[in-house]
Design a protein around this ligand. Structure first.
Ligand code: NDP
Length: 257
């Protein structure tokens, strides 16, 4: 198996922290030039760029909020201007949301869907317009798209939409020689997971520590490390996945419900 990305330029949305940062490290280690997109945390993005450059990799940070299609188109244009091409897109930027049905507002709906669905759709639109044949895209869904978690409706619906996008864009992008897939991570040890409180613990389990509930829901009994998700993304972005498009790959430790 060869997973070299020599000569390939990769854009990772939400690449400054968590899973996105792990993807950036993984692709850079395998030879890719990496463009790290972030929303507001320029410090984290710059720190990662410095780390990668210190290891001899080519990397640059590109600020831009994916909820604004014009901003993400600008990020793609700047990447091509800086590095000459774009071959790989890891569309990873996303936000979490928990709320009981009665508390969900139109603003919540717009924020979650503009980020988790629109942010990925318009990133693909901008990237596909400049990608040469042989390019590859990975979206970020979630195991939440196919399981029930207490008060997680809006987030789960947005992630189900992501898998539907990967499936439906596959034939259209195949005409341009571009493959598109999604990963569906389970609970992964990042800032996002750390910020999850007791919101998702079912009332019948009141008092049980939230992360204990997460651990109990998968066969491996633990959260994923970000690099374990990054390995799956790297596989789907590589030529080893040449006959895979339109799929969603669970990376969820054997989620049991
Ligand atoms: P984190 O909250 O740790 O990091 C989020 C990253 O996305 C940051 O780089 C952040 O930038 C960026 N980001 C957020 N909103 C925007 C935006 N509007 N425009 C551009 N960048 C943005 O998240 P994770 O690493 O945990 O999650 C990454 C992806 O994986 C998400 O799509 C998430 O839904 C999905 N996922 C995560 C799981 C988990 O348990 N952690 C499980 C299943 C799926 P900045 O630093 O500037 O804020």
């Amino acid at each position: 198996m060869s997973t070299t990305f020599d000569g390939r330029v990769a854009l990772i949305t939400g690449g400054s922290r968590g899973i996105g940062a792990a993807i950036a490290r993984r692709l850079a280690e395998a030879g890719a030039t990496v463009a790290i997109n972030y929303r507001s945390n320029a410090g984290a993005a710059d720190e990662l760029v410095e780390e990668l450059r210190a290891h001899g990799h080519r990397a640059e940070a590109f600020g831009g909020d994916v909820t604004d299609p014009a901003r993400i188109a600008d990020v793609v244009a700047r990447v091509v201007e800086e590095f000459g091409a774009l071959h790989l897109l890891a569309s990873n930027a996303g936000i979490e949301h928990f709320a009981p049905l009665a508390d969900i507002t139109l603003a919540d709906f717009e924020n979650v869907f503009r980020t988790n669905v629109g942010g990925q759709l318009f990133a693909v639109q901008a990237a596909a317009a400049v990608m040469p044949p042989g390019s590859r895209i990975v979206l970020t869904s979630s195991v939440s798209a196919r399981i029930a978690v207490h008060r997680h409706t809006l987030y789960a619906a947005s992630k189900a939409a992501v898998s539907a996008m990967a499936l439906n864009l596959a034939p259209e992008l195949a005409e341009a020689g571009i493959a598109i897939n999604a990963v569906a991570p389970g609970g992964t040890a990042t800032d996002m997971a750390a910020e999850n409180g007791a919101d998702y613990v079912h009332p019948a389990l009141a008092g049980v520590e939230p992360q204990q509930v997460t651990r109990s829901m998968n066969a491996l009994g633990r959260l994923a490390r970000p690099d374990e998700i990054a390995d799956a993304v790297a596989f789907l972005l590589s030529q080893n996945a040449s006959y895979i498009t339109g799929s969603t790959l669970d990376v969820a430790g054997g989620w049991m419900r």
